[in-house]
Design a protein around this ligand. Structure first.
Ligand code: PMT
Length: 218
């Protein structure tokens, strides 16, 4: 049986892709399936935590006992996070769109001759906002990289004022996006790092939670 070592702890998790609407039939999204974030929600809930999960409808079952807030866009996710900041641990496993269309059309865009240009604007960086506004929350960011994993992950740790960045190499098809397995390296603010070798996302989730707990969220 699983030790309920997170009993009484409040954990907020974001998972999966965001959906950025162009018109009633078209949108921009990415390759995230939600499996990593949903596994974290399942693991935390099994260990007794009070878990809130924020995601789009990714087609996965919401784990037992988990409160789910369904959103679509990066802006929706930002507002849901902002309204639920009172947590012990905040984990940002979501693949948030960095850009969203400047204009969203109420009617289906009609085909026209020649090329079509859609102008995009930057979205709010949710992890950065959390880093700037956190009190005692232990903040876990993710980094999806295809190269220079350590350099970029350590950069994000500082830029976003997170307590740890969980880096995964999404250039490797057998891990990262969509697969049932992952392999990650955790880069902590105190300079230490932990390699978690390839295994199921649920096992990776348990390992991440154990290391976060060990580092002691204040
Ligand atoms: O969903 P799966 O198919 O299981 O795949 C899991 C995963 C690969 C998506 C996951 O393990 C992962 O790496 N998630 C983070 C993906 C990502 O967007 O990384 P990033 O390096 O672009 O962003 C860094 C961090 O900033 C992330 O914690 C992200 O949630 C956050 N961010 C990014 C942009 C933005 N506008 N707001 C944010 O908060």
């Amino acid at each position: 049986s699983i030790e309920k070592d997170l009993t009484g702890k409040k954990v907020l998790i974001t998972a999966g892709p965001t959906i950025e609407t162009i018109d009633p039939v078209r949108y921009l999204t990415n390759r995230s399936s939600g499996k990593m974030g949903y596994s974290l929600a399942e693991a935390a809930s099994l260990r007794g935590a009070d878990v809130t999960l924020i995601s789009t409808d990714v087609g996965l079952a919401v784990p037992n006992g988990v409160r789910h807030i369904k959103i679509e866009s990066a802006q929706d996710m930002f507002e849901a996070v902002k309204n639920n900041m009172e947590q012990d641990i905040i984990i940002k496993a979501a693949a948030v769109a960095d850009y969203t269309p400047v204009e969203t059309y109420d009617q289906k865009l009609k085909k026209q001759d020649g090329d079509l240009t859609i102008t995009l604007k930057r979205t709010q960086d949710i992890l950065k906002y959390i880093g700037e506004h956190k009190a005692s929350q232990f903040v876990v960011g993710f980094a999806a990289e295809t190269e220079h994993v350590e350099k970029y992950a350590r950069g994000k740790l500082i830029k976003k004022n997170a307590d740890v960045i969980v880096a995964n190499n999404v250039g490797d098809k057998s891990i990262g996006f969509k697969s049932n397995d992952n392999a990650v390296t955790m880069y902590f603010k105190d300079g230490t790092q932990v390699d978690i070798p390839k295994q199921s996302k649920l096992n990776i989730a348990h390992e991440i939670l154990s290391h976060v707990k060990e580092k002691g969220f204040k």
